[in-house]
Write a protein that binds this ligand. Structure first.
Ligand code: F6P
Length: 313
């Protein structure tokens, strides 16, 4: 099942999970549209051919949703009974924190559940990378490269808003890799006056244009752009990248991450593992209690902030 916001690599994970499960002689069902489909009894049988030609595609062929009904105990009970009636013995949930929280709740009802971190936000405790993050930051950097062309031609400040909900991981990584002069993220307090002073100092030091990357979690890039324009007098434009960051063919990294985590998840379910999320740490696949995955806070990489400050001058 895929749930919550889609991300590139979900299809690669489904494909691997289905084929590994079939190789273990399991019967495999897909649930349409996340928890909404689980409560509405929307299940489809999956065989090897039904997951063909999807490894390279973004999105999720199972569909996804953010379900309000599953948040109620009656909705969860209905979903649990739908699973039981079909003789389903284990559920693999792919999604972000909301989806994994749902998986933990389903586990409490007595269903075996294993989760995989799949969200562009890279905000899940227990894994260095979430499935979809690498593709999203590559998309964002591609956009930054293009916006540099027009910013440099006009000598402008280009303010670029990226996704990430409350987390600055996309902004920090795409900003650093895209050579941004300034990166504004929720994890690091910032002062817009200092940002403006820095932009003017850059201009005076010979920089023809500047890139400012703003994580959506710090507020509207449009407002930040207006403030920068009025405080510095520099010609400024704003670009909100939005859902373009969620689409597109998954990178090799995301396909590999998705496939290897899915394999481990299916092996786990086959061995009776439950309430676990598999992630990756220092290149190795690691299990994390699913309750910890959704309640503990992921460490933020302070070093990258410092590096970005140092090399953007
Ligand atoms: O969690 C993924 C994400 O793309 C966030 O970065 C963003 O805040 C949110 O989903 C957008 O959600 P929706 O697609 O429901 O508007």
């Amino acid at each position: 099942m895929t749930s919550g916001g889609d991300c590139p690599g979900m299809n690669a994970a489904i494909r691997a999970a289905v084929r590994v499960a079939l190789s273990l002689n399991m019967e495999v069902w897909g649930i349409k549209n996340g928890y909404a489909g689980m409560t509405a009894n929307e299940f489809i049988p999956l065989d090897s051919r039904s997951v063909g030609d999807i490894i390279q595609k973004g999105g999720t062929f199972l569909g996804t949703a953010r379900s309000e009904e599953f948040k109620t105990s009656a909705g969860r009970q209905r979903a649990f009974e739908n699973l039981k009636r079909r003789g389903i013995e284990g559920v693999l949930v792919l999604g972000g924190d909301g989806s994994l929280t749902g998986a933990a709740m389903l586990g409490e009802l007595g269903m075996n559940v294993v989760g995989l971190p799949a969200t562009i936000d890279n905000d899940i405790y227990g894994t260095d990378y979430t499935i979809g993050f690498d593709t999203a930051v590559n998309t964002a950097v591609d956009a930054i490269n293009k916006l540099r062309d027009t910013a440099s031609s006009h000598g402008r400040v280009m303010v670029i808003e990226v996704m990430g909900r409350h987390c600055g991981a996309i902004a920090l990584t795409a900003g650093l890799a895209g050579g941004a002069e300034s990166i504004l993220i929720p994890e690091e307090p910032f002062d817009l006056d200092s940002v403006c002073k820095q932009l003017l100092a850059s201009k005076n030091a010979g920089k023809q244009y500047s890139i400012v990357v703003v994580a959506e979690g710090v507020g509207s890039a449009l407002k930040i752009g207006d403030t920068i324009a009025s405080k510095t007098g520099l010609e400024t434009r704003v670009s909100v990248l939005g859902h373009i960051q969620r689409g597109g063919a998954p990178t090799v990294f995301d396909r590999m991450l998705a496939s290897t985590l899915a394999e481990r998840a299916v092996f786990g379910l086959a061995a009776g593992v439950t309430q676990v999320m598999y992630g990756v740490h220092a290149g190795r696949i690691v299990p994390t209690n699913i309750h910890d995955a959704v309640t503990k806070k992921k460490n933020f990489n302070e070093d990258l902030c410092q590096l970005s400050g140092m090399i953007s001058k």
